[in-house]
Design a protein around this ligand. Structure first.
Ligand code: TYM
Length: 349
């Protein structure tokens, strides 16, 4: 049985959706729509793995779920042609995650750097869900037998784990999968798509740290809901160094802030890093920052305006999510029937 190419990816509704999420992930989601069947998920079950204060409690979660959905649509994802939904509406994610909990090994999870970063020094206090986060990610992808996963650079290790889980499931259950008609293994090994000019956008306050939703400083990130004045101010105050910009990429070595701002400019202006450097080489940051603020506002303002328009009608957003969930379930349910059969669970279906 051959496996059809299918794209799956997700974004957490933890608030503070930022330019890194947009350039590293959402614009990539948009670009795949013409060539693939795509499923884009607002991963609300992942969001609750962190402290309640991080995701804002029940009201914050619902609001942020609608906000990410609005960002998907405002960025150009078509929820009629493709599937947009929130994870918790499709029970296959949790069911498959349980089975994968019994496939994944503790040693594999112990190596996950994102858990170590997020749990910090208070590991004993982290939720079990945070530790299990990458297993749920594998379930998200494989509940649809998805083959391609567009993500930012920071998710590479999690996707390698998804491949390991798929591989071990295929090996452990090779005989019963073959009996069910899957001679080549039941799950595809999902391929990460880490592409585009901005797979790792860094913080505006510290060019060695990635731009993140959870950074305590709001000045570290450009949010997709920031207005023009806020964007200009954040860019004006972005950390730099005292040297003018170099004209060649070599000159960015050891200058993480300069490299990051040039990278953001190039991604937004549709240029290569070299093109941006040949334009701004020798300039002072103050001049470059004016141009950077301009291209950023040009991109973010229309998306933010469209998000606001969509968020004025929450019932319509909820309708999009419900319709997406119905279509997602229609794909995942027969897959779960086969998974359960392959594992040996007795079922009436
Ligand atoms: P989240 O919400 O943390 O991030 C969403 C997407 O944004 C990318 N990203 C970045 N890209 C470039 N520069 C940055 N500074 C930056 N920060 C974040 C992330 O790589 C991601 O692609 N665990 C996932 C959500 C998820 C998922 C999945 C993804 C849950 N299940 C299944 C793919 C497949 C995440 O990081 O969400």
């Amino acid at each position: 049985m051959t496996i059809k190419e299918r794209v799956f990816s997700g974004v957490q509704p933890t608030g503070n959706l930022h330019l890194g999420n947009y350039l590293g992930a959402i614009t990539r989601f948009v670009a795949l729509q013409d060539s693939h069947d795509c499923i884009y998920c607002v991963v609300d079950m992942h969001a609750i793995t962190q402290a309640v204060s991080v995701w804002g409690g029940p009201e914050g979660l619902a609001q942020n779920t609608r906000e990410v959905t609005a960002a998907f649509i405002a960025a150009g994802i078509d929820p009629e042609r493709h599937i947009v939904f929130n994870q918790s509406q499709v029970s296959a994610h949790a069911e498959l995650a349980w089975i994968f909990n019994c496939v994944a090994r503790m040693g594999w999870l112990n190596r996950m750097t994102q858990f170590k970063e997020k749990a910090g020094k208070h590991r004993e206090n982290a939720s079990v869900g945070l530790y299990d986060y990458p297993v749920l990610m594998a379930a998200d992808i494989l509940a649809y037998r998805a083959t391609h996963v567009p993500v930012g650079e920071d998710q590479k290790q999690h996707l390698e784990l998804s491949r390991d889980i798929a591989q071990k499931f295929n090996t452990d259950f090779a005989a019963s999968a073959a009996e069910a008609g899957y001679e080549d293994g039941f799950f595809p090994l999902p391929e990460p798509l880490i592409t585009g000019p901005a797979t790792r956008v860094m913080s505006l306050r510290d060019g060695t740290k990635k731009m993140s939703k959870s950074d305590p400083s709001d000045m570290s990130r450009i949010k997709m809901t920031d207005d023009a004045d806020t964007i200009a101010k954040k860019i004006r105050k972005a950390k730099t160094d005292p040297e003018p910009l170099p004209s060649e990429a070599d000159g960015l070595e050891g200058r993480p802030e300069a490299k990051n701002l040039i990278g953001i400019y190039a991604a937004l202006a549709g240029q290569s890093e070299d093109e941006a450097l040949s334009q701004f080489g020798g300039s002072q940051f103050s001049d470059f920052k004016k141009a950077l603020a301009e291209v950023t506002v040009e991109l973010v303002a229309p998306v933010a305006a469209e998000m606001r328009r969509l968020l004025d009608d929450p019932a319509e957003i909820d309708r999009v999510l419900a319709s997406g969930a119905d279509r997602a379930r229609a794909i995942a349910e027969p897959i779960m029937v086969d998974v359960k059969k392959i594992v040996g669970f007795i079922s009436s279906k």
